[in-house]
Each structure stands twice: as structure tokens, then as C-alpha cells.
Design a protein around this ligand. Structure first.
Ligand code: 5GP
Ligand code: ZN
Length: 114
């Protein structure tokens, strides 16, 4: 399949992984927008949040659990972080394999007037 993130999952494109289990992998974004910028993805190829179904409920919960664990392990749980999921063109989605951005390590500005 012609998907960058599926290639990262199978290992044919290298990545700096910070978490992996049978269903999820997380790795550092190649163009970090913050001191900590991790992408958390399901190994299942789901193009966008619009394609998630009730069948994926446990997987979605596990993605957020991984986000909490990675934030703790990278030392940003208490200082704070932001989780972002971009959907389709107006959302700024570039890679069509569902992913959550975990951003932190500095005061983030932008959305919500922060
Ligand atoms: P989107 O805009 O789709 O929400 O975010 C896609 C993200 O994937 C971008 O932040 C981009 O820097 C990152 N990215 C794209 N290609 C690669 C890659 O080959 N390796 C890694 N580690 N990140 C990538
Ligand atoms: Zn994929």
C-alpha cells in the first residue's frame, strides 16, 4: 500500500520510535513543531477520523492511553501538552493514515488564543 505510515509500521521507512505494541506505534515527527512532537498511529490503516467505526472503539481508547503514557515517559505530563488530529483538507491533513500529534515541551501558542 502506498502509505508512508504503513511503511514506517513495516519498517521499510525508518523512524525514531518511542512506543510500540501489537496495535499502535508512536514515533518522532520528522519536522517537529515543538520540542516534543510525537505521532501516535494505529497499525490498522484507517485513512481519517471519518473512517473510524464503533469496531475501533477499543483501539481509539488505546491510542489515547498511549498518548498519556508517552507524555509521562517524555516528562511533559505535568508541564502540559496538546493532542491534535487533523482531518481532510481544511483540517490540514497531509498523511492519510490516522494519527494523533502529541506536542509539548514548551508553551504552545495558536489555537484557543493560548
Ligand atoms: P498531518 O498534517 O497529516 O496531520 O501530519 C502529518 C505529519 O507527518 C507532519 O507533521 C509531517 O512532518 C509528518 N511526516 C510526514 N512524513 C514523515 C516521515 O516520513 N517520517 C516522520 N517521522 N514524520 C513524517
Ligand atoms: Zn497506512
Amino acid at each position: 500500500m502506498d502509505c508512508i505510515f504503513c511503511k514506517i509500521i513495516e519498517g521499510s521507512i525508518p523512524s525514531a520510535k518511542v512506543f510500540e505494541n501489537d496495535r499502535i506505534v508512536a514515533f518522532r515527527d520528522i519536522q517537529p513543531a515543538a520540542p516534543v512532537h510525537i505521532l501516535i498511529i494505529p497499525k490498522k490503516h484507517i485513512p481519517t477520523m471519518n473512517d473510524v467505526t464503533a469496531e475501533d472503539d477499543a483501539l481509539m481508547a488505546e491510542l489515547f492511553a498511549a498518548a498519556r503514557q508517552i507524555a509521562r515517559e517524555l516528562g511533559i505530563a505535568e508541564s502540559g501538552y496538546r493532542l491534535i488530529n487533523n482531518v481532510n483538507a481544511d483540517g490540514g491533513q497531509v498523511v492519510y493514515h490516522l494519527h494523533i500529534h502529541l506536542l509539548g515541551g514548551a508553551k504552545l501558542h495558536g489555537l484557543n488564543g493560548a
